[in-house]
Design a protein around this ligand. Structure first.
Ligand SMILES: N[C@@H](CCC[C@H](N)C(=O)O)C(=O)O
Length: 266
């Protein structure tokens, strides 16, 4: 039997497993089975906490479809709560410094990248105003914040069919590693609304890296100035970034319950 915690950041939910004392071999099919909301425990992402030579802990992230990915903003905020103190976290996207604050955490998410091959895109183009289009959506921006994001700034977010367009864009051949798809609306000088179709997980109530990428793109396009409040279906995050710097993300983290499972059944 192994223990796990159910946690969430603004309703983006996680099964968090402590593999520091007892290593757990995580495969794509096992992660998918655990994340299954009908036949498993159920989550948007499975988080495996381990040991790291150069950090307090390591964090591996698996989407609900089983794919292992580089970054997860909402899960990163849950790690100080899970471990019980401020932590330096080794991820595939680099080292992240996460500090507990009242009700959540504040994390230095590192520097965004804008080169087309760092997104990655299949071929060269400007990533601030991309020469790519889907139906009547405006030209998007692309940002890598450890993981790949594309951002559409629309006039009326409620008029966008996010559930239909999300998977079409996620799997477009322009994105060799697939992509997280952000639909955003500017609602004030420091305020964005955002809905995210996540790569490997679909529509979630919130996406921390999506909020970071969208705020950065909006600041670069001079649509808003920082710090930016990003309102997602699950609640608000505050994102601060200035050109040339790293991104600071601040928001809630919640522990829901602890459980036990027989991992050999998955
Ligand atoms: N929910 C996350 C992002 C999780 C990974 C993403 N779906 C990807 O495939 O890159 C967040 O809060 O950032």
């Amino acid at each position: 039997m192994g223990r796990f915690s159910k946690m969430h950041g603004l309703g983006n939910d996680f099964v968090v497993i402590d593999a520091r004392a007892h290593a757990l071999d995580m495969t794509e099919s096992r992660a998918r089975a655990i994340a299954d909301r009908h036949a498993g425990i159920g989550c948007d992402q499975l988080i495996l906490i381990g040991n790291a030579p150069d950090a307090d802990v390591s964090m591996q992230i698996f989407n609900a479809d089983g794919s292992e990915v580089e970054a997860c903003g909402n899960a990163t905020r849950c790690v100080p709560l899970f471990v019980g103190r401020d932590v330096l976290i080794r991820t595939r996207a680099g080292l992240l410094d996460a500090k507990a604050v009242d009700g959540g955490a504040s994390v230095d998410m590192g520097a965004p990248r804008f080169d087309w091959d760092a997104i990655p895109l299949a071929y060269a183009m400007d990533t601030l105003t991309m020469s790519a289009s889907w139906e009547d959506l405006p030209p998007p921006a692309a940002v890598n914040v450890g993981n790949p994001h594309i951002i559409f700034f629309v006039e009326d977010l409620d008029a966008v069919d996010t559930a239909r367009l999300g998977p079409i864009i996620e799997t477009d051949p322009l994105f060799p590693a697939r992509v997280n798809v952000n639909f955003a609306q500017v609602v004030g000088d420091n305020h964005l609304r955002l809905i995210v179709w996540e790569r490997g997980a679909g529509l979630t109530r919130a996406c921390g890296t999506g909020a970071c990428a969208t705020a950065v793109a909006a600041i670069r396009r001079k649509l808003v100035s920082g710090p930016v409040t990003v309102s997602l279906p699950g609640g608000d995050l505050v994102i601060d970034w200035a050109p040339g710097g790293t991104i600071r993300m601040t928001g809630p983290a919640t522990h829901v319950f602890d459980g036990e499972a027989d991992w050999s059944r998955f």
